[in-house]
Design a protein around this ligand. Sequence first.
Ligand SMILES: Nc1nc2c(c(=O)[nH]1)N[C@H]1C(S)=C(S)[C@@H](COP(=O)(O)OP(=O)(O)OC[C@H]3O[C@@H](n4cnc5c(=O)[nH]c(N)nc54)[C@H](O)[C@@H]3O)O[C@H]1N2
Ligand SMILES: Nc1nc2c(c(=O)[nH]1)N[C@H]1C(S)=C(S)[C@@H](COP(=O)(O)OP(=O)(O)OC[C@H]3O[C@@H](n4cnc5c(=O)[nH]c(N)nc54)[C@H](O)[C@@H]3O)O[C@H]1N2
Ligand code: SF4
Ligand SMILES: [Mo]
Length: 827
Amino acid sequence: MSGATGSHGGLTRRSFLKTTGAVAGVAAVSGTAAPTLQALAAEPVAKQGSGDEELFSCMCRSNCMGSCRYHAHVRDGKLMKLTPADYPVEGYRGSCLKGLAYVERIYSPTRVKYPMRRAGERGADQWEQISWDDAIKEIASKLTEISEKYGPKAVVFDSASGQYGFLNGIYNPFGRLSGVMGATKLAVSYDYAAGHGIDRVLGTGDWSYCNEPNSVMDSSLVVVWGTNPVLCAPQNWRWIQWAREKGTRVIDIDPIKSATAHRADEWIPVTPGHDGYMALAMCNHLIEHDLINTEFLMKQSTACFLVRRDTLRHLRKSDYEEVPTDPATKKPIDDFYVWDNARGDIALVGEAQDPAMEGSFTTSDGIEVDTAYSLLKKQLEQYSVSKASELTGVPEDRIVKLAEEFAGERAVSVNITYGLDHYVNGYQNTWAIAMLLALTGQCCRDGAGFTGVFTATYSPNTLAIWAGTPEFKELNSQIPNGLAAEVFGTQKLEGKDYPAKAMVSYCSSLLSNQPSQKEWMEKVLPNIEFWVVLDTEMHDSARYADIVLPVASWYEKEDVRVAYNNPYMTINEKAIEPLYESKPEWEIAGLIGRAMGYEKSFPADWGPDDWMNLLFTDEVSKKRGFTLDRLKEEKVIQFTTTAEGEPHIRGKSAPLPTESKRVQLYCENPKPRLNWGQDLSEREPHEHIVYYQPPEEAGADNPLAEKYPLVYIQEHSRFRVHIQWWETPLLRELDPEPLAKVNSADAEARGVKNGDIVEVFNDRGHAVLKCLVDESIAPGVISIPKGWQRNQFIEGSYQEMTQPKIDPYPAASSFYDSRVDFRKWEG
Ligand SMILES: Nc1nc2c(c(=O)[nH]1)N[C@H]1C(S)=C(S)[C@@H](COP(=O)(O)OP(=O)(O)OC[C@H]3O[C@@H](n4cnc5c(=O)[nH]c(N)nc54)[C@H](O)[C@@H]3O)O[C@H]1N2
Ligand SMILES: Nc1nc2c(c(=O)[nH]1)N[C@H]1C(S)=C(S)[C@@H](COP(=O)(O)OP(=O)(O)OC[C@H]3O[C@@H](n4cnc5c(=O)[nH]c(N)nc54)[C@H](O)[C@@H]3O)O[C@H]1N2
Ligand code: SF4
Ligand SMILES: [Mo]
């Protein structure tokens, strides 16, 4: 370990050149032998050593929870290798075998090399090579024809999380094509429950709830809750490891003794699906035993705010008088009332001398109110430690101790990614944990709060790419891709006709990554008249497409990325020319756009810089001096506003985005993430105060447990990011085939031995694959690490059995909320 000594929270700054170009210039003038880093910094790209190798500043762009920066070593136009490149704070440098092995994906013989048209039956994997001209003509005429026949929304653009570049990744100019057509742009439904639940408390939206990873250096306890950072966020895990070496304790809560559980100080095994209940029981225990952080609650939460029984809204200044509007946000500048015991009457929160945290009152004008805390306390009374123990299998005394650790520790970070999210009750799980942090004051200060998915505090101007054209019509982006199967399958949305007929997919493989794959095969595919897939690889979706277009790989096209889990924006230089006939997305979108008649929106003379410049045209970028030129010169720019190395802490580095800037115990205005016309009128009144909802299928007490006794988890694998790297030889050597991992008790009960071929099944489908008997898996749980393609199974696929239901509030996919059984495969 080397990265954790020095200034803030044990960080050092190595000799990364902050304004690298400038320093390299100095080196050149003084004539000193430039050390490697200085050499890297020269413009446009320096030669290294005596060889003729050029180095380019690039990065891994998968949806791994890391953002590793790489140097691409290029000789004679060939990418020789990738080596990890520095960030200004050394601890953020990172790499993994997948990142390094990307070279094999570029030069893979199985790479999509030229445009292809389906030649046989859909899915028969018979293709004919066609020219780009023919491909573009065919796509343009088909999309136009379908749009004219069924209306523009019948054309569906699908991008998910395959690549986070702003020019060629998920935010690329296909969004503009969708906008000028008035087509449908699917919204992603992966990983949206966690943030939705936490938003109810911290107001931090879908993504912005985590502190920077280095904040754990200030934590006394890290609770890793339903996530496996050792495999899934290794660069994040290292901070936890470094903190641990300094004395921070690490507890891991997981049904599987995961790679992370093996490295924690303590592993608390749980029965899947009920963590939310346990967190609420912990909250109740702390209230009952007077262990909550009253000072925090009074000063930094809405505990003492009053909730009107008539409107279910807070009693606020604007209930009595007109309030001014903030010219910047166009929102009212309001204020909130509390009950002032000193006056025996209401008072504005800043003016009360002795605000009441608890109680029910009637104002002098007859409005009945309760404090937010009183409502919460009453709600929590129903959640008991004994029931929590029954549901989760965690002993009662351990639950109590955990609750008291939250109350007593100096600073607790809950490391949370998406294990708890992947259930229909995912947002209730994380809402409950956020409430636990609120009641114990474990947030909005150093070392306290959530970590796991630290996302940008700054976003480039994607809207300028998508909507910044006079031809823009509308962006229909309210249908989650988790509903795509239903919409395509039934041609209806919420009972109304929705003729979805064509799809254009990039950075996404819905057929691989969406649940209930058989439904896709049987009900969706027959209704897709025309499917265009842009990828480097022939995955499950590409195999069922009508046209497959070859795209340039990450190192064959330029891009801008704003990282997560570190505080930097980076330039991604084009290291080599696109191989074969592949092209970058900005160019392909332009070709199709112009062929459809949108010349104004896709000017023929625009190059990548014209598109990337749009990203910096918003006021924030201007104010902060972020430009493409600057990024090209410096390669890496810190987007957070804290001092270098100082962690960004939600609610401390910037105020919480809630209306009151306080932590919310009561959610005044619960809104669904997306609006596609779903009816929430019955749900809405219950969404103000945190509550427990059992999982759809996984629950220990679910009747389906009799027929399908095992909860089915699909761990994210060390060897792939979703499907990416699924056929990369270096990784297949280590992980050659899909495995169903089960406990010996479950294997023995079915007469199955390690290495046997088994069939894993439920009513939705099956998978036939090798069984790995593994004591790390709890009895009653089965895991098939995710990301394999259909042709890698003996029969079926791991994705046939997964849960298709999504809750209409977060609209988040719920893969793990599934039950299955397995038996020895007799062929
Ligand atoms: N190598 C690699 N890295 C990745 C990815 C990848 O595929 N491969 N995917 C990336 C993406 S997009 C994501 S979303 C993240 C996912 O990152 P993680 O959320 O860390 O990934 P999972 O494998 O889903 O890990 C979740 C853990 O939660 C546990 N779990 C499941 N159900 C429950 C439950 O009910 N309670 C509790 N307490 N624990 C439970 C599982 O057993 C598992 O160990 O990883 C990212 N990083
Ligand atoms: N059963 C089950 N299914 C799951 C999950 C689970 O836990 N269990 N997890 C879900 C989660 S959390 C997520 S985030 C999703 C991820 O699902 P997706 O967002 O679909 O993610 P990937 O498989 O990483 O990438 C999809 C495709 O993008 C392509 N791609 C990469 N770079 C580029 C590029 O520059 N241009 C183009 N055109 N394509 C590119 C890759 O080659 C890959 O084929 O999977 C979900 N699916
Ligand atoms: S997959 Fe993740 S850990 Fe590996 S190189 Fe890419 S960003 Fe880094
Ligand atoms: Mo994800």
